[in-house]
Ligand binder design. Structure first.
Ligand code: GDP
Length: 440
């Protein structure tokens, strides 16, 4: 996702950096290229037009052109503008504390990922100590209700499917079922059609009137590109909705849908889904996504998943290590283990500055993790804590102990050295970022 847009934008900035002082025509040329890159990423034409008009106006301000680092300032303008079109600030679920159960209704086209997203949202809420209840309201495709039931079983969340052919009655009965069983959030999966049609809209409106949801979320397939704008507008006019769940962000979509939907409909993206596993739904952060598009990595999300993995065992210790901003070999081995728990090195590398490129160029080898662990296991406690102790003689001993060559040990130490440097470099970037979970 976003790879080619990312590459194009980074190319534009590389040109600017090479120039030193910038003239108005440099800015105009850069903006022309940015416009092309966004259009090629299938971003809606109007969104692109506003984007480049705003960015050009800001870049032409004399203090930017006359500054000592005009290229960096242009990047900052583009990053701010990307953040703005992605929604500006974080938007989350608005559940009412005075109503139990809260009701969340999912709408969207068939195949958009609604049923999957319903289960993932239930899983997320369960993790946050809610007692969710899923309701299957797609009476036209029994397979959809079966799918929800299977997913509910996997994550340990109750699924209500009722009987009969009236989705409104099922939705109401599903809410009653939640009340009877003291469940505090109801998630209603509604029927979709392949295209926007009258019957789908009327049905969604009727369910909405019957259960008065606290949140209506539209599920949008990231692969749809800017066509999403028309579909989302149609839903906004008829059913209205509060926010978007962008699904299939793990695919190779060019990103136009994600970059267009907020500007074109005024509705924020609240969650993104990037995989088939139940835990692959995440809160959406416009600023982090903008950084990621610009190849600056999504370091905060990365740290969040690292911390989530370790939470029960050693959250405090992780914070302490991050604050220390230095990495010894014990940290390094733990980092490797976390990488595995987080679903492999690919995702980790992808989230680091410039990481997507490294991955694309095949610089990352999952198997290397195993052999690194064997080598670190044959070091002494002191060596792991103070890796600077490891001289040539010690390397030979470690190699013999691990049954590998000294070159393997040297390679490990090199990788460790790089990781240590990266952690040092990352820390200022992390502490500079705004507070997490901020709203408004
Ligand atoms: P619905 O018709 O809107 O309920 O869509 P489904 O939830 O049945 O999803 C349609 C297909 O997309 C299924 O094969 C899902 O496994 C797949 N899918 C849904 N969300 C994601 C996602 O975030 N990533 C990927 N790769 N596939 C997804």
């Amino acid at each position: 996702m976003f790879e080619s847009l990312s590459d194009r934008l980074q190319g534009v900035f590389a040109n600017l950096r090479g120039k030193g002082r910038l003239t108005e025509s440099d800015i105009n040329e850069a903006m022309r290229e940015i416009r092309m890159a966004l259009l090629e990423a299938d971003v809606n034409f109007k969104v692109v037009k506003d984007f480049t008009a705003n960015a050009t106006a800001k870049c032409m301000e004399s203090d930017i052109l006359d500054s000592l680092t005009p290229a960096q300032n242009v990047i900052k303008v583009v990053m701010d503008e990307l953040t703005r079109i992605l929604g500006g600030t974080d938007a989350t679920l608005e559940l009412s504390p005075n109503r139990i159960p809260n009701v969340i209704m999912l709408v969207g086209l068939q195949g958009s990922g609604k049923t999957t997203a319903a289960a993932k949202l239930a899983y997320l809420l369960k993790q946050q100590n809610h007692k969710p209840q899923l309701v299957a309201c797609d009476v036209y495709r029994p397979a959809a209700a079966d799918q929800l039931e299977t997913l509910g079983g996997e994550i340990g969340v109750a699924v209500f499917r009722g009987d009969g052919a009236d989705p409104v009655a099922i939705a109401k009965a599903g809410v009653r079922e939640a009340v009877d069983n003291l469940r505090d959030v109801v998630i209603i999966d509604t029927a979709g059609r392949l295209h926007v049609d009258e019957a789908m809209m009327t049905e969604a409106e009727n369910i909405r009137s019957a259960v008065e949801p606290d949140e209506i979320l539209m599920v949008v397939d990231a692969m749809t590109g800017q066509d999403v704008v028309n579909v989302a507008k149609a839903f906004a006019e008829r059913v209205d909705f509060d926010g978007v769940i962008m699904s299939k962000m793990d695919g190779d979509a060019r990103g136009g849908g994600a970059l267009s939907v907020r500007e074109a409909t005024g509705k924020p993206i609240k969650f993104v889904s990037s995989g088939e596993k139940p835990d692959s739904l995440e809160a959406f952060h416009p600023d982090r996504m903008a950084r990621r598009i610009l190849g600056m990595g999504d370091v905060l999300s990365l740290i969040e998943s690292a911390v989530k993995v370790q939470k029960e065992e050693e959250e405090a210790e992780v914070a302490e290590r991050l604050a220390r901003a230095d990495l010894n070999l014990n940290d390094f081995i733990d980092m490797n283990r976390q990488i595995r728990k987080m679903g492999g090195i690919s995702r980790l590398i992808g989230a680091l500055p410039g990481g997507d490129k490294a991955l694309a160029q095949g610089q990352v080898d999952e198997r290397a993790l195993d052999s690194m662990e064997v080598i670190i296991n044959s070091m002494t406690k002191a060596e792991r804590e103070k890796p600077d102790l490891i001289n040539g003689q010690r390397r030979a001993r470690i190699a013999a102990g691990a049954g590998v060559t000294v070159t393997d040990v040297n390679q490990l130490m090199k990788r460790y050295g790089e990781a240590r440097k990266m952690v040092k470099k990352m820390m200022p970037a992390i502490t500079e970022q705004p507070a997490r979970g901020k709203k408004g």
